[in-house]
Design a protein around this ligand. Structure first.
Ligand SMILES: Cc1cc2nc3c(=O)[nH]c(=O)nc-3n(C[C@H](O)[C@H](O)[C@H](O)COP(=O)(O)OP(=O)(O)OC[C@H]3O[C@@H](n4cnc5c(N)ncnc54)[C@H](O)[C@@H]3O)c2cc1C
Length: 385
């Protein structure tokens, strides 16, 4: 265990659970682009997906650093938490902004695994990162919202019962600020599927169960509005710090996976009569990856501490996600290079993890947008858009 590791008991237990889901399991799913149902079930039953849900609603009521430890260890083992990580941060929107009745209705069932809240619908094909330009519109008609529009890249929608959905409830031009006039609805997809909701899977370079959604007069009971109508953008932003910190932990786990594998191979593989690792051209990239992942991990711990203390941490969460995703990508590249041709062979799991970790420089927020945030919000440089 490294000196900087938090929550050693949680890490040990998660590592143990992950040994039941070795590379062969993940490779099989990757080939078929299939969902890791058994893995998610095992995590749910062990209580790892509900660590952030308060005890009064059936979770363990731990801080975000505990959830970070869970996700980091999942990724370090060679597994992938993306099939279920959204439950950890999406639930926060309901917890922070939902009514007591909504929390009592849903949170205990989410904690027990009876209900899955894995889908988070924000991105749209035309608006991209410019969220204030989303076009999905929810019109209030009596006790119901009637939703029309579409979303893209909505992951796990086929494997979730509920979705936190961001839509416009007033046109952008009518709102005071462009970020006003958006609202969050909790959509019961079991009810909506085939009745206004169509889910279309999108096949990508990694096994991510992502989809495109179409809403055609989809009806959502008005009682499923979270918080105040028109204030939804703020609620979504509130959840993004948790999302960034948790994803950054997955990157740290990926980075450590690559470093573990590269170090082992550098010691083991002999060419020209000696282990390849004796060559500094082989060992330095691995050492550099270790330095970068260690530094990024401290940044993630720092952001998590601020989050747990209830301090503002938008910049730190963003910087943690950026440094961690770049560190994991550098480590992935070093690992594949260390393995030579074998890095490309499916059975080593490295090419799969290489594809998986690339995502994190784009989603949930791309590096350019983080740099823009730092330049304008932290350094006070004028914004270009
Ligand atoms: C596998 C996968 C899963 C996802 N899951 C979800 C999900 O569950 N729910 C959800 O809501 N979304 C999800 N997303 C969407 C993801 O959050 C977005 O893809 C991401 O935020 C980037 O947005 P975009 O694709 O619209 O890129 P765009 O906004 O179109 O940007 C394209 C490129 O241009 C750059 N760019 C844009 N504007 C600027 C600017 N002003 N300055 C500099 N550079 C700029 C960006 O950095 C990016 O590199 C997922 C995406 C993927 C690929």
């Amino acid at each position: 265990m490294s000196k900087t590791e938090t929550h050693p008991e949680i890490r040990d237990a998660v590592r143990k659970l992950c040994t039941r889901f070795p590379g062969t399991y993940w490779r099989g799913l990757d080939r078929e682009r299939a969902y890791p149902t058994e893995f998610v079930k095992a995590l749910t039953e062990a209580g790892w997906l509900s660590v952030l849900i308060p005890e009064e609603y059936g979770g363990s009521g731990l801080g975000i650093s505990a959830a970070c430890a869970v996700l980091e260890e999942i990724h370090r083992s060679g597994a992938n938490g993306a099939a279920c990580h959204a439950q950890m941060y999406t639930m926060g929107t309901l917890l922070r902004h939902g009514s007591e009745a909504q929390k009592n209705q849903w949170l205990p069932k989410i904690a027990s695994g009876e209900i899955r809240l894995q889908a988070f619908g924000v991105t749209e094909p035309t608006s991209g990162t410019d969220t204030t330009r989303i076009q999905t519109f929810a019109k209030r008609v009596g006790d119901t919202y009637v939703v029309n529009g579409s979303k893209i890249w909505i992951s796990r929608a086929e494997h979730s019962d509920l979705m936190v959905l961001l839509c416009r409830t007033s046109p952008r031009d009518d709102a005071g600020k462009t970020s006003d006039g958006m609202s969050v609805l909790l959509v019961d997809m079991r009810e909506a599927k085939g009745k206004g909701l169509t889910i279309k899977p999108v096949r990508t370079m990694l096994n991510h169960a992502t989809t495109e959604l179409f809403f055609d007069n989809m009806e959502v009971p008005a009682e499923n509005l979270i918080g105040r109508e028109g204030a939804g953008f703020k609620y979504i932003l509130d959840g993004m710090n948790a999302e960034r910190i948790l994803i950054a932990s997955e990157c740290i786990g990926d980075g450590r996976f690559f470093i573990d594998r590269a170090s082992a191979y550098a010691k083991d593989r002999s060419v020209f009569g000696a282990p390849i690792g004796v060559n500094q051209g082989v060992q330095f990239p691995i050492a550099r990856a270790h330095v970068q992942v260690t530094a990024a991990s401290l940044m993630v711990d720092h952001a998590a501490k601020l989050f747990e203390a209830g301090e503002p941490c938008g910049s730190e969460a963003n910087m943690a996600k950026m440094t961690a995703s770049e560190a994991s990508w550098y480590a992935a590249d070093a690992c594949i290079q260390t393995h030579g041709g074998f890095g490309f062979a499916e059975e080593y799991d490295i090419e799969r993890k290489f594809r998986e970790t690339r995502l994190y420089q784009v989603a949930p927020i791309s590096t350019n947008l983080i740099l823009s945030h730092v330049a304008t919000h932290v350094l006070g440089i004028p914004k270009s858009f």
